[in-house]
Write a protein that binds this ligand. Sequence first.
Ligand SMILES: [Zn+2]
Length: 431
Amino acid sequence: MEVRTTIERREENRMLLKTILNRVQKFKSFVYGTVCWVEGASGPTIEVEVRPRTNSQPVCSGCEFTRVGYDRLPVRRFEFIPFWGNKVFFVYAPRRVNCPRCGILVEQMPWSSGKHRLTERYAWYLAGWAKRLSWKGVAEAFHTSWDHVFSSVEMAVSWGKDQMDLSNIEAIGIDEIQWQRGHQYLTLVYQIDAHCKRLLWIGDKRKVKTLLKFFRWLGKERTEALQFICSDMWKPYLKVIARKAQGAIHVLDRFHIMSHLSKAIDKVRAEEVRTLKAQGREPILTKTRWLLLKRPENLSNKQETKLADLLRYNLKSVRSYLLKEEFQFLWLYKSPYWAGQFLTKWCTKTMRSKIDPMKKVALMLRKHHPLILNWFRAKGQFSSGIVEGFNTKAKLTTRKAYGFRTYHAAEIALYHTLGALPVPKSTHEFF
Ligand SMILES: [Zn+2]
């Protein structure tokens, strides 16, 4: 009696699963057959037999035409989205076709592309989760391998890049990030239009060649349509932009300029710590790095007291900090003319400061005076803070990814998280 109840219940489960499968993924020329529970070493799995619909003809995977069947290959298992924690496999013996155009080829199977062991649905499912969790986290959560997660994301990125809409790009931001240890750079190009913000393109290194590749990818017509280009003062970038995008206003943006100042302060501070130590003076500067780099409004009460304390000393670090704080006023100007006056004065003052790293920044700013003032000419026409936001996310993505030993993997991860790539409609059903 007991046994029968169990069998009955299992039968119900099978029927339920078939009903659900027909709801989420119904095929025109294939039907679901028997469903069985298989007790494996790593827990139970569900195997779903797939059969061609009666009288349906196989479709050639080369040309997508219906062809005469040739023979059948051995049974293969294709992993589908897990069901209540159980692994689910489609089990199917693919037919081969005798195609007058392509020869003897395996048939097209609507649930799988090429040689992958995962069904397309499952690959999209994993790729979707890989936007929310690290790849390792996804692999662990779904009891699958890092490689499966990687190939799923890779598939999603390559599909999405093919479908990318490249019309109406008016404003772009060019940025670089360091990845791995040492001085390995990636060049990232973002679209920063108010109507669309996303990562557009990634290139290895930050050379003239890198950015030339981007413009080649974008094409002549779309390059001519560009109106604003934001970038850093990095020479190769300046050179290529001046040559390739003459119709656009080139803007040296706030984020990149401020980060040069922060780096200079870091340098001044590090040097001064060393000097003070050598002179045997009390280590007033230890643990002050964040005090000097944070905006004053972001400091805690305790930090504020410490900063006030620090300001009593006539240290180079402190004077650099004050110069940087003063520089922030630049961004409040509305008129390029008055901003220019302010910038000139600030540079003169800084040149007299006798602080080398700061003087270096001032020299650089002087040299690019017109491009900096373009920031005021372009104001409000694009989302200027967006490059900074993307920069933070890009760093996080590459840092989080312990598995990214290759450039290719880092590239795939960045496109996946920041590219706002399109996904097929059916993918939305699972999220
Ligand atoms: Zn064919």
